[in-house]
Design a protein around this ligand. Structure first.
Ligand SMILES: [Zn+2]
Length: 85
């Protein structure tokens, strides 16, 4: 039974530590302070979403624009890369 008890203690310790690491990893990206409407975002030829640079959805086409332009044209923020709104 002694081995089982030490396993349980180890498991409990992991449960205690894991959520802390999760919170640290989940901290949102801090955007550099600037006029949000002049932020550069990217749209595609066919999609109806706008993206941050480096989004995997930009592999087909990548058209540089501003957040203001993208919103004016009815584009909505990508759910994958979470661009500024
Ligand atoms: Zn995206």
């Amino acid at each position: 039974m002694k081995k089982l008890t030490s396993l349980f203690v180890l498991f409990a310790a992991l449960l205690f530590v894991a959520p802390v690491q999760h919170i640290v990893a989940q901290q949102p990206t801090v955007w550099v302070a600037q006029d949000p409407l002049s932020t550069t975002v990217y749209i595609t030829k066919t999609g109806k979403k706008y993206h941050r640079d480096g989004c995997r959805s930009l592999s087909q086409s990548k058209i540089k624009t501003t957040l203001k332009e993208a919103k004016a044209k009815g584009y909505t923020p990508c759910k994958v890369c979470h661009p500024p709104q």
